[in-house]
Design a protein around this ligand. Structure first.
Ligand code: GLN
Length: 454
């Protein structure tokens, strides 16, 4: 813990940690030492972690990287961070992210962008987003692991951009209670780590049934680490032809092929599969996620907590809402609230929101049909490119940024588990990631397959 706290001190330029909690860290580390001495130490005991700013942490600033939650210190702890705490893990502080987890580059944060510890010719790159602080902190050895959340790729894309491992579990595996809501039918928490084994250990501590989240699954939590046997003989791994996008870089295509070869060498059968509705996933996601966000973010009204605008003479409650929300939300969040409100409005609900929900069902069915043929997991690239330069994907064209999520959003729409892991380096020396998508509730088998690729 002390080594991590020192490393964090020295790495301010990365802007990964935005709220530092050294007193809490040292207190928990001391308690963990005592548990270890007493012989009562679960696997996470004494492990120094970073916690994404989206998780509510009792008495500690939890702002979702937004001005609108300025000064908010929750009275309660999110279920996931409470489970980690109770397993003896040590919170070092809160990690930077895109505002309300909306973004793919960590550039929408009120705290400013995060810098990827990986560089090309000393040029600063994005660590990805929205869990950019988590990924950068793990990659730069500021913590042993971090929590992330993933609504459309926010664990997997930053993991791919920083050469780390990240798993989005099956929807319902981890409680969403106390995690600031973005799009409730898509949001999942998950671990971001250096290795697949670490991800297995941390995931076990994070998941489990929680009566406080009605979508939390009442299923036993397996010993994921014990499932990392490395034996994948006889498994069927699908390669979806629709993920061979036009213009995919040769380097990514080559690493994808190498990944398939490694799995074949380990005794898996590689099969060509089709997920025909893939091309509708991004448009469906960028209707459903903003729709849910516009509803979830309606609670930030300047009345109960966070930022409230200074009012002028004659300003009433309407002006208070308007001014507070105009000042408190950044441009990307405002854009999503407007899109979401539009697609949910009476005149356009059927044309956009309902249609997107139908497309979502078709995407889910694509996966179900493939799994019904005996396919155990699906191998794809995690992202269409390696980490890009800060400011390079300008806010001028938000759609360009949205295209980053082309390989990851399908997994959230279908509620499936997906893991991203390092696949190798590109010609500039930057990490590239592969993604494995699994059957619902089979995170253990999925991590085992990922372990073979490490
Ligand atoms: N980049 C996607 C978005 O901006 C995904 C974000 C996420 O998974 N939280 O919506």
């Amino acid at each position: 813990t002390e080594a991590c706290l020192n490393a964090i001190e020295g790495a301010g330029a990365l802007n990964a940690f935005v709220h530092h909690t050294p007193e809490i860290a040292l207190e928990r580390a001391t308690a963990a030492d005592a548990r270890i001495t007493a012989g009562d130490a679960p696997a996470m005991c004494g492990i120094p972690l970073g916690i994404k700013d989206l998780f509510c942490t009792q008495g500690v600033a939890s702002q979702a990287a937004s001005r609108i939650l300025d000064g908010f210190r929750p009275e309660y702890e999110s279920t996931v961070s409470a489970q980690l705490r109770d397993a003896g893990a040590v919170m070092l502080g809160k990690l930077n992210m895109d505002e309300f987890a909306m973004g793919s580059s960590n550039e929408t944060s009120v705290y400013g962008n995060v810098v990827n510890p990986w560089k090309v010719d000393a040029r600063d790159l994005t660590p990805g987003g929205s869990s950019g602080g988590s990924a950068a902190a793990v990659a730069a050895d500021l913590c042993l692991a971090a929590t992330g959340t993933d609504t459309g790729g926010s664990i997997r894309q930053p993991a791919a951009f920083t050469g780390t491992v990240g798993i989005k579990p099956t929807y319902g595996r981890c409680s969403r209670w106390g995690v600031v809501a973005f799009a409730s039918s898509l949001d999942q928490a998950g671990p971001m780590t250096k290795t697949v084994r670490d991800a297995a250990i941390m995931l076990e501590a994070m998941c489990g049934h929680d009566a406080k989240d009605s979508t939390s699954a009442d299923l036993p939590v397996p010993d994921f680490e014990a499932m990392l046997t490395g034996d994948i003989r006889g498994q069927k791994i699908g390669i979806p032809r629709e993920y061979h996008m036009d213009g995919m870089s040769a380097e990514i295509a080559e690493l994808w092929g190498k990944g398939a070869d490694m799995l074949r060498d380990a005794g898996a059968e590689i099969v060509d599969i089709s997920l025909p509705h893939t091309k509708y996933a991004l448009p469906a996601y960028y209707v459903i996620a903003p729709a849910e966000a516009s509803s979830n973010l309606a609670r930030y009204d300047g009345v109960r907590y966070g930022h409230r605008a200074t009012l002028g003479p004659g300003d009433g409650i309407t002006q208070m809402y308007e001014k507070t929300r105009a000042e408190g939300f950044g441009l990307e969040v405002q854009r999503r609230v407007m899109i979401g409100t539009y697609v949910l409005s009476a005149g356009f609900y059927d044309a956009y929101y309902n249609r997107a929900r139908k497309v979502r069902t078709l995407i889910k069915r694509d996966f179900e049909e493939v799994f019904a043929t005996g396919v155990d997991a699906i191998l794809t690239p995690a992202t269409p490119s390696a980490a890009f330069g800060l400011g390079e994907m300008a806010a001028a064209d938000p759609v360009e940024m949205y295209l980053n999520d082309v390989f990851t959003v399908t997994v959230n729409l279908a509620g499936l588990p997906g893991v991203a892991l390092p696949a190798g380096l590109d010609s500039k020396g930057l990490p590239l990631g592969l993604q494995l998508i699994g059957r619902p509730w089979e995170e253990g088998a999925l991590l085992n397959t990922a372990h073979v690729l490490e």
